[in-house]
Design a protein around this ligand. Structure first.
Ligand SMILES: Cc1ncc(COP(=O)(O)O)c(C=O)c1O
Length: 381
């Protein structure tokens, strides 16, 4: 599609990973070179140090680096010894979490979400939780913490494990504590677009339990309890030294970059508040880190095209609910089973959000959204 420039004259992308790299290029290049010259490329000093530093950042005792966020979910569930047929609850709108959960062998049970936050709805948990349910996965979607007071109380009453999926919420806070410090285990992804993203794939599992730490560590490497001594068939899910070295540097910037995201989100909120766009709410005791800035919009397709023509690129996270995805049809949920999630798939739009986005670019994006609705209301009237 031919793009006419917005008034800033440059394309505004959803993420801008290269600009972030260029800011810290010197340190990153040095760290990569150090690893290459060390001759140790897997599960060595960089991974060990990164695990310690991430555990301290979240406020948890143990951390195990793994190969992806998907593996983190699979290994976490396997470490709990959940059996085939045991139910694990997951919100229906978190497409990328469904795979890691399912690959662990448990039975995926879906719940609906709160329309104001698009995080899981405790009301829906009440409805779908049954005798087979053994665990809940709380996904702090778009970086906005789930109300963990409510979820932990719900889980305690029913003796369910809580596992946090923090793939999108690195550094987010609920009630004074970091996300990832509430559940028995928490899972992180370092996919490049994440708030703490590597330059390849990576993930981590955190826990305060020494027993679970040892189990996950063994599952990460063939199920070994000592070299060449394996009591179960484990995975190969190692975080590599280069990614760990990169992540150690970027971890030092996460708080600063999250603050920038929050500042940009504030500007979006101010600029959009009088437009026909519905904003998501932050949880009252929560501090979101705005991995994504997602809004509900009308006439999404036309708006997306309008913005694209003006060099403003958007995304949809996510366009389909888990139960309507071909791969999960076997779960036999009907269309309409999770109406809030399904409606959100048709209405949500992710606007550009990354720490190097400038305030005038946010204003420009909002001005273009305003122009779209003004011109379309003239057309419609
Ligand atoms: C909420 C959530 N969970 C899990 C994952 C899976 O992580 P990965 O892509 O590192 O396997 C993602 C990544 O997209 C995610 O956003």
């Amino acid at each position: 599609m031919k793009r006419t420039k917005n008034t800033i004259g440059k394309e505004i992308s959803l993420f801008n990973l290269k600009s972030e790299y260029l800011l810290i290029k010197h340190q990153i290049d040095k760290a990569i070179s150090k690893v290459l010259l060390s001759g140790s490329y897997s599960l060595a000093i960089e991974v060990e140090n990164f695990e310690k530093e991430l555990a301290a950042f979240i406020g948890i005792k143990y951390c195990i680096g793994v190969a992806s966020g998907t593996d983190a979910l699979t290994l976490a569930l396997k470490a709990l010894d959940l059996k085939k047929g045991d139910g694990v609850l997951l919100p229906a709108n978190v497409y990328p979490s469904a795979f890691g959960v399912t690959l662990s062998g448990v039975k995926l049970q879906l719940c609906d979400v709160d329309p104001n936050t698009l995080n899981l709805s405790v009301e829906s948990l009440e409805k779908v939780c049954n005798k087979t349910t053994k665990a809940i996965i709380t996904v702090h979607l778009y970086g906005n913490p789930v109300n963990m007071t409510e979820v932990m109380a719900f889980a305690k009453k029913r003796k369910l494990f809580v596992i946090e999926d923090c793939a999108q919420s690195m550094g987010a806070i609920f009630s004074g504590k970091k996300t990832g410090s509430f559940g028995i285990l928490s899972c992180f992804s370092f996919y490049p677009t994440k708030n703490l993203g590597g330059y390849g794939d990576g993930g981590a599992i955190l826990t305060n339990s020494k027993k679970l730490y040892k189990r996950v560590k063994s599952l990460r490497m063939y199920g070994e309890i000592a070299r060449y001594k394996s009591n179960e068939v484990g995975h190969n899910s190692r975080l590599d030294e280069i990614q760990a070295a990169i992540l150690r540097i970027k971890l030092r910037y996460v708080n600063r970059w999250n603050e920038k995201r929050r500042k940009l989100a504030f500007i979006y909120r101010e600029q959009l508040k009088n437009l026909p766009v519905k904003l998501l709410k932050e949880e009252q005791e929560g501090k979101s880190v705005y991995h994504l800035f997602v809004v509900y919009v009308n006439r999404r397709k036309a708006l997306t095209r309008y913005l694209q023509k003006r060099g403003i690129l958007t995304g949809i996270h996510y366009p389909i609910s888990i139960h309507l995805t071909e791969a999960f049809k076997y779960l036999k949920y009907k269309r309409g089973a999770f109406p809030v999630s399904e409606r959100s798939n048709r209405k949500i739009l992710s606007l550009p959000m990354h720490p190097n986005l400038r305030e005038n670019q946010v204003i420009e994006i909002c001005k273009n959204i305003e122009d779209f609705y003004r011109s379309s209301s003239t057309v419609n009237s």
